[in-house]
Design a protein around this ligand. Sequence first.
Ligand code: NAD
Length: 352
Amino acid sequence: MSIAFSYAGSPARIVFGDGASKTVSEWIAKSGAKRALVLSTPHQKADAEALAKEIGEPVCGVFAGAVMHTPVDVTEIAMKVLAETKADCLVALGGGSTTGLGKALAYRTDLLQIVVPTTYAGSEVTPILGQTEGGRKTTVKDVKILPEIVIYDPLLTHGLPVQMSVTSGLNAMAHAVEGLYARDRNPISTLMAIEGLRAFARSLPKIVQAPDSAEARSDALYGAWLCGTVLGAVGMALHHKICHTLGGSFDTPHAETHAVMLPHTAGFNAKAASSELAPVAEIFGGSVGGGLWDFAKAVGAPLSLRDFGLTEADLDRASAIAVENPYWNPQPIDRQAIRQLLQNAWEGRRPT
Ligand code: NAD
């Protein structure tokens, strides 16, 4: 088949390496900003304060109020802090929740964002913002949302608990797997997806054995950058749609839900996208779904939706919601097929 594609490279500056977070102040200076507001979750407040101290003079405040799914009321409180501190740039230290708050603020103000990621979620390299208001999660895509500078410092991820490293890694891998069969994929997104999957296949088992392995932590964060970039570049399908439904309507935990669902959604699409998903079978061994499931089990990932407190009645409702607004997927979907897929994931069955 002859080659045809459309490609736009991300304009973001990526800085990667052990100790790279020590360069945040340099990047603030280079960008011409003078007053930085440092963001984090309450859990990472001490780390944010340490980073603020490291940055020094340009810091005008620390706001440690970020929470999961970017509630608009938290963003509104942070907007007041922005006004009081007269910040002209944002430094987000943390996972997808803190990055989400920074993006929500940038969406409203167009302030420069510097993100220092500490999980593998990948939000820092996408122009997408998911925010919640009145229990409803909506998604917006805008150039203002894409962070301008991302500083990956693997040393900051050594403390990411093993279980979170595993689920966050599988969350990242899901971006790559769906990127492989995306209709708008291009040769670069495919290369990045395969390299990202290889990085996690190498690093996650090592992190389980030795959470402080500098080599494995570096490799996993490298994988996170690659997989996140794929998420930011091409369209997602069944897997992300189902995880969005489960997280949005049933409040299941974000990374864990991706971890449980990935082998099932990939296995569901394996036949319809057999050549696109061939690298997955090659990297993880065996069939697409079975290979991913064996890998997830070997690294101690959760395997069953039942463990999140979902009931079988919830699965009926989830399958109805998941097919409400039709979307493209390599394997055409219907409510019955989704219901069966959810049943398998609920029971923790190995896909064939
Ligand atoms: P998170 O950011 O909520 O982090 C989970 C918890 O772990 C938090 O308490 C956090 O402070 C803590 N934590 C983070 N890094 C740590 C570290 N190194 N050591 C110890 N604790 C650490 O979780 P997440 O999975 O990174 O992000 C999930 C959120 O990101 C969801 O709201 C999801 O929708 C969003 N997301 C958005 C995109 C996008 O492109 N818009 C992509 C991926 C995820």
